[in-house]
Design a protein around this ligand. Structure first.
Ligand SMILES: NC(=O)c1ccc[n+]([C@@H]2O[C@H](COP(=O)([O-])OP(=O)(O)OC[C@H]3O[C@@H](n4cnc5c(N)ncnc54)[C@H](O)[C@@H]3O)[C@@H](O)[C@H]2O)c1
Length: 254
């Protein structure tokens, strides 16, 4: 049960990378709050629409789309606007984090991470914000990372991309605030998802970070959905351009 200001009834919400991991958790929460949920992922997720409807979504759609591809984003966003006439909430979650030492990094590696993690947000926002302006309402949440404030090897390209996500969000917030649109980031810590479970199969990394955090347990996708719910709600109407760190109290930032 959610209060009225958290309710997403009547809202159309797009979540990118919604097939698994954090994106799936965000889509499930928006569904439980009654939104019409548009799940986009480059990997097909055949059971997802039925699951989102079962959780309470007013309607649900899945679109197979690589959100780093300009043409595919054009098709995705045109389909959303044609079918629903609006998009009130965007959760730009799709991202990749391939670890590689800086000395091994090619320009192709760099561009791929920038393309998926940053350019996708530009493409999706650029295509959908005109409709938000038309309705004088929008909530945009971009997924950054607490690695921006940590000492971690093999992540130069990834950390640079998440820094760009924060900068993009700040710049965007300044331009769209006049239209009733907010744009904020959530910066998760290391969270158990299909990707990180595969990247750290022995689990040591989760324990390492858990011990360094104020809250000494590994982060789970459900630890992030409350922040997303708030930043996509009416209650957060006066908060924009911000980055909310949700990592069990590891990184302290202003
Ligand atoms: N899991 C963590 O520890 C952690 C920490 C900080 C930030 N993040 C960020 O959270 C987001 C989700 O991470 P996750 O751990 O859930 O990842 P994940 O790999 O488990 O899931 C990502 C989903 O995004 C999809 N995807 C990837 N590239 C795509 C593209 N180009 N177009 C459309 N869909 C695409 C994948 O198919 C997958 O379903 C990423 O932006 C990541 O950088 C994750």
């Amino acid at each position: 049960m959610h209060n009225d200001r958290q309710s997403k009834h009547g809202k159309v919400a797009l979540v990118t990378g919604a097939g698994r991991g954090l994106g799936l958790a965000f889509a499930e929460r928006l569904a439980a709050e009654g939104a019409t949920v548009i799940a986009a992922d480059k990997t097909p997720a055949p059971m997802l629409v039925a699951e989102l409807l079962a959780r309470g979504a007013s309607a649900a759609e899945f679109y197979a789309a690589d959100v780093s591809d300009e043409r595919q984003v054009k098709l995705l966003t045109e389909a959303i606007l044609e079918k629903f006439g609006r998009c009130d909430i965007i959760v730009n979650n799709a991202g990749i984090s391939p670890m590689k030492a800086f000395s091994e990094l090619s320009i192709q590696d760099w561009r791929q991470v920038m393309s998926v993690n940053v350019e996708s947000m530009f493409l999706v926002c650029h295509a959908l914000i005109p409709a938000m302006i038309g309705h004088k309402y929008g909530r945009i949440v971009n997924i950054a990372s607490n690695t921006l404030g940590l000492v971690i090897n093999g992540f130069t390209h990834y950390i640079a991309s998440k820094g760009a996500v924060v900068g993009f969000t700040r710049g965007l917030a300044s331009e769209v605030g006049i239209h009733g649109i907010t744009a904020n980031c959530i910066a998760p810590g290391l969270t158990r998802t299909p990707h990180t479970n595969a990247a750290f199969p022995d689990g040591d990394a989760f324990q390492h970070f858990a011990q360094a955090q104020a809250i000494k347990r590994p982060e789970l996708p459900e630890d992030l959905v409350g922040a997303m719910s708030f930043l996509t709600s009416d209650d957060s109407a006066f908060i924009t351009g911000q980055t909310l760190v949700v990592d069990g109290g590891l990184l302290r930032s202003l």
